[in-house]
Design a protein around this ligand. Sequence first.
Ligand code: UD1
Length: 342
Amino acid sequence: MKKQILVTGGTGYIGSHTVVELENAGYDVVVVDDLSNSSADVLDNIEKITGQKPVFEQFSLADAEKTDDFFNRYPKIEAIIHFAASKAVGESVNIPLHYYRNNLVSLMNLLDCQKKYGVANMVFSSSCTVYGQPDKLPVTEDTPRKDAESPYGNTKRVNEDILEDSIKANPELKGIALRYFNPIGAHPTALIGELPLGVPQNLVPFITQTAAGLREQISVFGDDYDTPDGSAIRDYINVVDLAKAHVIAIERLLENKNKDGYEIFNLGTGNGYSVLEIVNGFEKSTGVKLNYKIVDRRAGDIEKIWADTTYANEELGWKAEIGLEETLLSAWNWEKRVRGIE
Ligand code: UD1
């Protein structure tokens, strides 16, 4: 019997890649998504990759009644990977209540149902945003968290606490928070990838849309940071590598290999690259020239961050494997397929 896993936000960017890896690993996947920032077509493309279309239910997990009804109808679910959340940093500053309501209430509704229906295991999608600008690099899981720069970032931090406190109060629950660094790239088939609504806020989608001719020019936000070339540094991780870590985290919980009821892992490559290195790396790996200009720093951005991945490497036996150039090429191949570029 295949084990059944609920993936919330499973038609989204990281969620869809994780569904593929779960199906490849022999799990039966149920996707819940409200399609507020994704399309049900993603499910067909997942089927093209794996030969298996996940079961799909469309509703918002912020709706307690619908969430309860869902668990009532799916009694075999053994674990949850919770991606579903609003994630636009800038938007969260303008409509904070929407972010708090959607992101916090969804997790609380899930936790209520976990207790009620006896679903012990949860993997939660967190972010390196919880570290702010760390005093010391690279960051380990013990690096102190800092005040968030945005309501979105705050929902990640508070949700980590909600999960941890719930597990402390209910020892039958177990959870793993995965703190992602900067996920980029797309599936090697180019059938799934990141498709932002409107103008992309994140660097790599902006780059691929500029290369595709949808945007005129990339703005590099700041060249006066204390970094070798003056542009800001991040730890960019391939989304397929990231997705594979979720399968390992699920196995860890299902097989009771976790050391604590609540665990945290950094998911990055351990390498930092500057914005200009990403722009140059894209040109090198794709052969496409990019038009860019240096502009002022973006409000709320930190200068530099990259992960210490020792704990994930040793404890999960997981390591990011796909290099930066291959990853940038995969992002370009995805953009080309979406735009019909040969
Ligand atoms: C942001 C969020 C993070 C979230 C991630 C992915 C914060 C502090 N971080 O990360 O929580 O997980 O998005 O959604 O809110 N850049 C440019 N030009 C652009 C776009 C970006 O120069 O047009 C630069 C940025 O200034 C930054 C780097 O590229 O230095 C990466 O930016 P981005 O892709 O937006 O990710 P983060 O801001 O690092």
